[in-house]
Structure formats: C-alpha cells, structure tokens
Design a protein around this ligand. Structure first.
Ligand code: ZN
Length: 303
C-alpha cells in the first residue's frame, strides 16, 4: 500500500474545537494550550478566528491570545477570517497567516448570500490585497466539497471552479474541509488524485470531521492519493453549529498514533499530545472522544 514517509498535522483544536464548546476558555488558558501544542512538535496551529464576536463568542479573544503568545521559531500560527476586517485585526495583533473559507455547496451559497461559491471567492480580493500589503500569508478553504446536507454530493467540476477562483487570487494553499462529515474514502481518494493532478501548484490540506466515524479512514485514503497535510483536533474536540449531529475533527492523537505505528513521521511527541488532550478534557469539563486517550497506545501493551 502506498503511504507517505512523513506528514504534517495541523492542530486546529484551539479554533475549530473550542469554537463549538459551551465553556469559553480564558485568554491565559488558550495561550497555555497553544504553547503546549507548539512544544509537542506541531508546526502549524490554528490559533482562533477573527469572526464577529457576536457570531462566534468563543473566539472573541483571539486578538489578545495572539498578543500574549510566545511564538516558537518555525511554527506557523494561523487564524480563520471572514473578510477584510479579519485581516485588519490580524495586522494589529501580529498574526501572519489568515485562512478564508467558502462553502462548496452552490444551493446553500445562493440561498444565503445570493451568489455562487466562486463569486464569493472573487470577493475575497479585498482581503487578499490587504493581507499582501502587510506581508500576511493567505490560504483558502473549501467546506463540504464532498457533500452537503443541502445538495448531497458535490460534482467535481463545481469544486474545480472554486479551486480556480482561489488560484485566480493567487491562493495556492487550499484546504478541503469535510465539515458535514459526509465524505467516503473512495470519493476522497478520487477527488484528491484528480485535484492533485490538475493543479500541481496547489498545496492541499485535508480537514475531516468524525461525524460518521469516517475521519481516519478518509485520512488514509487521502494519504494513498499523496496528500501529506492534515488538520486534526486534540481529543476530537468540536463540532459544527450548522450541521445536524456534527462531531469534532478527527482526533489528533489517534492520527499521530496511527502514523507512528505505520512508520510515517509526524515530528510530534505523542505522549505530550495525549497529556494535552487529557488536560483539555479537564478544561472543557467533559469526556473527549479520542480512542488512544481511552485505550492507550499499542506500545503501552508491552510494558
Ligand atoms: Zn472543521
């Protein structure tokens, strides 16, 4: 079976996980968490978002978190934004990478925003121009490219149109986010293979939610297609307020554990990762769905 020698796991728990938690962590707790994550070896961390605080109150303190953070050399600290206001906030607090997002679901986008997804992307020009003027890197995300509750499966041609709209803006780091948890491994393999071949200039990041238990299987399928960048969340924290029954992201420690067992390098200290997940479980005051968190590592069985 084809597998990569090494992969990069981006920790998105501080944003995608915590934004869906009832309990809002303090700025100090968030900073401490992000510093622990960097210390465990993660090279990419999604710190928070610059959405309107009324829309996402859990992320209202992202600016303060960035200001208080002791950044580690060689680690990328990114944030999700909705528009140019997000870039202004990024500039003001020292965030040097922002991520834009559009829904791949044409029907949803037309009903909500009265424009197609690619028209939405074209409107990001104001944000990308402003970001570039301030030396801030920009990446793009496409949510629900595999399926949405409104449109079921999304035709590949529709996803490609959105990818091309991002490329037109000069964005060549694109994440495919299965926010609805509807992706299946064969579909992931096919879409990733096709997009990789058609747009070799793009760096792809795959972002899976475990809503129907398919997160890890989908990661394996994407790896088989040559994808090496993945988002994950410690303990499997999170969900999605717009998707019925949504579960959190694929579990960071479970992915790292699988990679270790499969001989795929991650650069992450799994024991530290497990400690973080246990600590986060105490902070949010409920049990987290991680498997290795409960069962321990394979290698623990030999002790
Ligand atoms: Zn997500």
């Amino acid at each position: 079976m084809y597998k990569p020698d090494r992969v990069v796991i981006c920790e998105v728990g501080p944003r995608d996980g915590l934004q869906n938690e009832e309990k809002v962590l303090t700025v100090e707790e968030k900073i401490s968490l992000i510093e622990k994550v960097a210390d465990a070896g993660f090279k990419v961390i999604e710190v928070g978002s610059f959405m309107h605080p009324r829309a996402v109150p859990q992320m209202a303190t992202t600016d303060e978190v960035f200001r208080g953070l002791r950044k580690k050399e060689g680690v990328e600290y990114r944030a999700l934004i909705g528009n140019a206001r997000g870039v202004e906030r990024a500039v003001a607090c020292g965030c040097d990478k922002v991520k834009l997002n559009v829904s791949a679901c044409r029907e949803h986008n037309l009903a909500n925003l009265n424009m197609t997804p690619e028209e939405s992307v074209a409107r990001f020009k104001e944000s990308t121009d402003l970001a570039r003027a301030h030396q801030i890197a920009v990446s793009g995300s496409i949510s629900m490219p595999f399926g949405s509750p409104w449109q079921y499966r999304i035709p590949v041609e529709e996803v490609k149109t959105i990818v091309e709209a991002y490329i037109d803006l000069g964005i060549t780091e694109i994440s495919l986010s299965d926010a609805s948890g509807m992706a299946m491994p064969d579909q992931v393999y096919d879409l990733c293979s096709r997009l990789k071949a058609d747009y070799p200039e793009v760096k792809w990041i795959l972002h899976f939610h475990n809503t129907r238990g398919m997160g890890i299987a989908n990661i394996v399928a994407a790896m088989a297609a040559g994808i090496t960048w993945f988002d994950a969340s410690f303990g499997g924290l999170g969900g999605c307020p717009f998707v019925p029954g949504a579960a959190g992201n694929v579990v960071t420690e479970d992915v790292v554990h699988m990679c270790e067992e499969m001989g795929i390098e991650t650069g992450i200290n799994l024991d530290k990762g497990l400690e973080i997940a246990r600590w986060v479980g105490r902070l949010v005051a409920h049990e987290l769905p991680g498997f290795v968190l409960k069962a321990g590592k394979n290698s623990d069985l030999l002790k």
